[in-house]
Design a protein around this ligand. Sequence first.
Ligand code: NAP
Length: 475
Amino acid sequence: METELFIGGKWVPASSGSRFDVLDPATGDTIASVADGTETDAIAAVDAAAAAGPAWAKTPPRVRAEVLRKAFELMTERAADLAKLISLENGKALVDAKGEVTYAAEFFRWFAEEAVRGEGSIATAPSGANKLLVVRQPVGVCVLVTPWNFPAAMATRKIGPALAAGCTVILKPASDTPLTALAMAAILAEAGVPEGVVNVLPSRSSGKVVSAMLHDPRVRKLSFTGSTEVGRILLAQAAENVVNTSMELGGNAPFLVFADADLDAAVDGAMIAKMRNGGEACTAANRFFVETTVADDFSRRLAQRMSALVVGPGTDEKTQVGPLVNEDTVAKVDSLVRSALDAGAEAITGGSRPGGPGFYYPPTVLTGVGPDSAILREEIFGPVAPIVTFTSEDEAIALANDTEYGLVAYVYTGDLSRGLRVSEAIEAGMVGVNRGLVSDPAAPFGGVKQSGIGREGGHEGLLEYLESKYIAVSW
Ligand code: NAP
């Protein structure tokens, strides 16, 4: 297992010599000690990325594509080992970790295919005097900052398009889950990524190292996935050098169930939208709005399914719900549930934190949740489904939009025109209609409002790493 920094194609200790521990969320025990990158290391990583930039930008797109394709193949071959590593450091159930590896590898395959679609445009100026030629060029050195909840997929969703576009990168993974990022670095090196093109910098001093890089004028792009709170700080820092930014931030997804929906399908979809990754997903259904006439039925069926889930260590094959990633996360979930219960909600399954070691929280369904509850305003990031009722389409849309977030929404209805009408009215970057899963490497993923700026995946994901250069030509 790699535990050093990866800079300029070499595994190196932190310049300070210091290291930090990575914990197993199932037990709280230390599983590895990782080099703790400093500001000096961060600048060394920028040096490496800047030095490698011109040659990588000039590397033929077909060659860049083949390196990414090879990385996809290596990830696929080693899927079982990667899944175990993700499960070990993140806590998620192996079944979710395997799903993540497939999803993550697919970004390399997708962007291998996109790398060779080097489009531009040419037009005649309205005056007729000249031509308007537009070419696309790589943005340059990119800083990529990722969260712990999808340690492989959030990295490949950025590295894939950056490399396809001809950019070089420094990845700063979450300090709860650096091991997966380091394993990805090893795979990319083996796939043929030249020295300095990808650098990985685990650090416990995230604020300092990212700030040092954002203040280096050679850095031209920041792609961040994480909380809205940290996103705001980084947007302000990026403004100082006018660094290009892509922001994938928090969510507060509404899950709407209309009375005309197929309730079996709605419960199936709810289980995926809520419980994929144990609820630790930005796309997790955070608020369930159910039409009054079917609310009792839906709630009862959802509670039955939730209470039947097997909770245990993520690395155990039988586990369906692993522990949450750390103590802070489980404490936050517990406090949101307690305050909803204090305000009159009822837990029809789950609802209290078990004793014992590890960061566990049981699958929970809450009914009778008051409209002002904090649990409807904040990201829960755990296996808790609060249910609220509505009586009309307009009310459902108003409830769904009553949040500063706008990442994803889910709509269940038997009436397709209603599904599309509601999709248009909901303020979100993505909507699942009669589906509890929207993520797809071939589709543009991202949010509106305070859920972010820009898109990852799809063709749009590549454009985030390219600048358009306009050349006025007369001939
Ligand atoms: P986070 O606390 O915002 O951390 C995200 C990353 O930023 C980590 O690498 C973290 O490093 C780093 N960081 C923290 N403070 C920083 C600072 N002051 N300056 C620079 N970097 C800093 O988020 P998280 O708890 O890891 O992840 C959960 C959040 O991510 C949720 O809000 C979730 O919705 C969001 N998310 C969004 C998407 C999306 O696509 N929209 C996808 C997945 C997750 P450390 O680990 O060292 O603190």
